[in-house]
Each structure stands twice: as C-alpha cells, then as structure tokens.
Design a protein. Structure first.
Length: 392
C-alpha cells in the first residue's frame, strides 16, 4: 500500500489519454468533426489533462467552475482549484457548435489533432474579471494576461478524450514522466515525503541550496522542469536537462534526486500559480513543494514572498501538498557558503545575489561566471549553448 499523498480530490489518478489501441479509430472519427484550434497554453493544458496531472478534472471547465475558480479558488462543487483550465474559440466557431456535439481539438500551429471534446457548455467570458483575480492585474504587458486577452470570446466546456502527447515522449525519452510513473519511482525508492522543486531555468547555486534543504527534511526531491513554451530568452529545455544532469551527478548524493519534465506552459501568475503547482504536484506524488523567492512571478507584478503568504490564506484541507517556504538565498563571502537572511548575520555588501536573470545577463555580456554563482560543470554546458547562438 502506498504511503504517498493521494491524488488531489480523488482516490486514483484520472489520465484522459485514450489507450493506444483506441486512438487510431478516434483519430479517424475526429477527421470528420469540426476543428477547434488551440493556443500553445491550451495545448499544454490538454497534455496535462491527458497525463492525469490535473486529476480530478475530466476536461475543460464549464462556466460555473470557471467563475468559482477565478473568484474563490475552488470548483463549483467546492474542491480547491486555484487557476481556471479553459478552452476558447472565436464567436463564429462557437455559434456553429451545438451542445452535445463532439469537436476535434487541434494544435493551432501544427494542425495536429490532439483530442476530442464533447461540448456540454458554451459561455462568454469576462477576460478582465479572470485576469484581475488570477493575475492581480489587467496589464497586457504581463505575459499571462496577454494570453487571456488574446483568447476568443467563447469558452467551450466538457469532457475530453486526449489522443496525443505531442513530441514530448520522444524528445524527452527517459525524462518525460507522467504522474503514475513518478509515483512508481518514489514507491520503488521507499519515499513517502517527497519535495518538488519547480524550475524553468538551469540550476545555479541558490537552486542547488534550496534542493539540498528539501533533501534534509524529506526522503528525496523531484526536480521538475517546465517543458512547455517559455518567455523569449529563456534557455531551451534540452540544454537545461544537460546542465542539471551535470549538477546532480557531481554535487548530489546518489539516490536523493529524481529528475523529470512535464508539459505545462507557464502562466507567470505568481502566488496563484504557486498554488496550482502544489495541486498538481500532489498528483505526481509529492508531499511538499519548494517555494522560494517570487515563485512563478514575472517582472515586478508580485512581491518576493507573495507566493509564501498565499498558502497561509487557504482553508484547512484545501490540498495535501504543503509548501516548504525558504527565504531569499545568496552566497555570503564572510560565511564562505550559501545562506539565507535567517542564517546569515552579515551585510548586503558581503553577499552575492544569485538569479537566473542575472546569469543570463552575464552570458549575454560575456562576463566571467564566478564559482560562487554557478558550478563550473553547469557553466560549461551553458557556455556551449550561448557560444552556439553567437555563431548563428
């Protein structure tokens, strides 16, 4: 019997990906259905639904769930859920679709058929209502807000049958792990307390320090990388995988880390997205989520510890996965090591602030990367990547 946290709101995982034996016939049927093109964010949500990461959702949200999720961070039935998972379309296409009709969901870029949705609801959306609640801003300069504002005016809700996982299983073979697979890995290792470490960047010394703190209080850590679309300038996933492999192989005790990737696209919703990360990490089998400085934030839209504070506002029992809240980390020259404001008594002048943004700046400007900032093995992988960009 498993000692892992149960899936969120369910006794077992609810993957929506059809078995391979049923996909060919459904794809043939889908060829004769109306097509609904999907944005990259909607495609990533379809993949998350397919793998069971969004258990217990059975498709894209109807109006009552959408509104309750935006305003109260729970589904209409009361289950905690912090960010709406929706599918939009144009007014013209929405008007042409009947209630109860099956439609084919296609990648808006490639045209690949990814799933079939049975449309149970069609409803108009208030984009500013959604943005003000989820992102705490309606500023189109925010990348997550911009995505919502670009949506069609009609949402389609209903149960989903997923027919593809895109390129992820092949491109990231041995690294792309579904919730059922990570749970099996944890059980095989005898882990029950597992911390998820979310990253969309190569891991520098602060990231390493956070992961090692988590190892001290848990059985092991899932280093969980974003494989979906990122912001311009972010480092591609395949480069991050190589860099993190170097870090894990040289600086972590063997058997304390599982590295995996998953297909979400970041919304950069700060505190609300930190909650979503915790919810679906519960489905992956994680009892804890490392929440550091400005988790899932962008620009200056959120305070550095807003993602810490929002967990304190939740009703008891909202979810099983708990936050590991960790202060801002840095290298202290007087301490001769990594530290936080809770452990280091020295002045700001003695501290080296470490961030992914600053690391990218140093590479872009050709500045030397000190060993206190990032491990030399990691720097070598990243330098090869940036040198390749210069040669293009």
């Amino acid at each position: 019997m498993s000692n892992l946290v149960p899936p969120h709101g369910a006794e077992s995982l609810k993957p929506l990906l059809l078995p391979e034996t049923e996909r060919e016939a459904e794809l043939e049927r889908a060829a004769h259905l109306k097509q609904v093109p999907m944005s990259s964010r909607e495609v990533s949500d379809l993949f998350m639904l397919g793998m069971g990461a969004y258990t217990p959702l059975d498709g894209f949200m109807g109006e009552a769930d959408w509104r309750s999720c935006c305003e109260h961070m729970r589904l209409a039935g009361g289950l905690f859920w912090p960010i709406p998972i929706t599918l939009s379309c144009t007014q013209e296409l929405g008007d042409s679709i009947g209630i109860g009709e099956d439609v084919a969901l296609v990648d808006g870029d490639s045209g690949e058929v990814l799933g079939v949705l049975t449309v149970e609801e069609k409803y108009s959306i208030d984009r500013e209502f959604e943005c003000s609640h989820v992102f705490r801003t309606t500023d189109a300069g925010h990348p997550g807000v911009a995505k919502v504002l670009d949506q069609g005016p009609v949402n389609l809700g209903g149960p989903l049958r997923t027919l593809s996982e895109g390129q992820f299983p092949e491109t990231y073979a041995g690294f792309y792990h579904r919730p059922a697979e990570t749970r099996a890995m944890f059980q095989e290792r005898g882990w029950s307390r597992v911390a998820a470490f979310q990253t969309r960047n190569p891991m520098h010394r602060s990231h390493e320090y956070l992961a090692k703190i988590a190892i001290e209080v848990c059985d092991g850590v899932l280093i969980h990388q974003v494989l979906g679309a990122l912001k311009p300038g972010d480092i591609p996933a395949e480069v991050r995988v190589r860099a993190i492999d170097e870090l894990v192989n040289h600086y972590f005790v063997h058997g304390t880390i599982v590295q995996a990737g998953y297909p979400i696209e970041m919304r950069y919703a700060g505190p609300r997205e930190a909650l979503l990360h915790a919810v679906f990490r519960q489905n992956f089998g994680c009892s804890h989520l490392v929440v550091g400085r400005d988790h899932a934030g962008v620009g200056d839209y959120y305070g550095p510890f807003d993602a810490h504070h929002i967990f304190d506002t939740l009703p008891k029992g909202s979810m099983k996965t708990e936050p590991l809240k960790i202060d801002i980390t840095f290298y202290c020259y007087k301490c001769s090591g990594m530290a936080t404001g809770k452990t280091c008594p020295h002045e700001a002048a003695d501290r080296l602030a470490i961030s992914g943004t600053r690391l990218r700046e140093m590479f872009a400007k050709g500045e030397p990367i000190p060993a206190e900032f990032s491990r030399t093995e990691v720097v070598a992988v990243l330098r090869e990547y940036y040198d390749g960009l210069d040669g293009q």
